[in-house]
Design a protein around this ligand. Structure first.
Ligand SMILES: C[S@@+](CC[C@H](N)C(=O)[O-])C[C@H]1O[C@@H](n2cnc3c(N)ncnc32)[C@H](O)[C@@H]1O
Length: 202
């Protein structure tokens, strides 16, 4: 099975094209929710091709990290969409090279649904470590719907999203917060019972 890094090196040239219908109809209206009320020094973990750039608060300083150089290269081309000061770094979210308490807030979109189960808690612990005590950590993630047609569709999509992105609908990220030393602040569905906005803090 290819590693997450290998998957994203492979899919980077096609990523924006494959994602376009979802980005336009589903993700773009939700992305501003991640940044409501945030300012100062922010971390965007798993920044990908930079789809959050237009929504960074203008007076903030954002560091975007990603494990995949090919995804970061595409983000680099999109940098002018950010009104925040922005730097991009290649880094693994489970092993961040920032000092403890560096960031005023941490955000992440669709990273935890692609992180393998055994990396969920290590990644959450790293986000908790690099955020200032009590700082918000906001995640936008796919989860498995409870029932009905939408749940069935996620099972149909599973082989493709797993092959292409390493993504899964059963990561249970929210349930892992206490093990990572984080408290749940809020959790709400922002699209059907499929996409969840989770806010945690140390
Ligand atoms: C589904 S994409 C989401 C990209 C972007 N956040 C967005 O909203 O469009 C997941 C991203 O997480 C990155 N990623 C996966 N595992 C990672 C890890 N261990 N550390 C850092 N980034 C990782 C991938 O390279 C990819 O760019």
């Amino acid at each position: 099975m290819p590693s997450t890094l290998a998957r994203y090196e492979r899919i980077a040239p096609f990523y924006d094209l494959l994602d376009l219908p979802f980005e336009a109809r589903r993700y773009r209206p939700l992305r501003p929710l991640l940044f409501e009320g945030l300012s100062g020094r922010l971390l965007d973990a798993g920044v990908g091709t930079g789809r959050n750039f237009p929504f960074y608060p203008p007076d903030s300083t954002v560091t975007g990290i990603d494990i995949s150089p090919a995804m970061l290269a595409r983000a680099e081309r999109r940098k002018d969409q950010s009104r925040a000061r922005l730097e991009l770094r290649q880094m693994d979210v489970t092993d961040l090279s920032f000092a403890a308490g560096t960031f005023d807030a941490v955000i992440s979109t669709f990273l935890f649904c692609v992180l393998p189960d055994d990396q969920q808690v290590p990644a959450l612990r790293e986000l908790a470590r690099v955020a200032k005590p009590g700082a918000p950590i906001r995640l936008l993630e796919y989860v498995r719907p409870q029932g009905g047609l939408r749940r069935a569709i996620t099972y149909m999509w599973q082989p493709w999203v797993n092959w292409a992105y390493g993504a899964g609908f059963d990561r249970h990220t929210e349930q892992r917060l206490p093990e990572a030393g984080l408290q749940l602040v809020s959790s709400r569905f922002v699209m059907f019972d499929l996409l969840k906005l989770i806010t945690a803090r140390s």
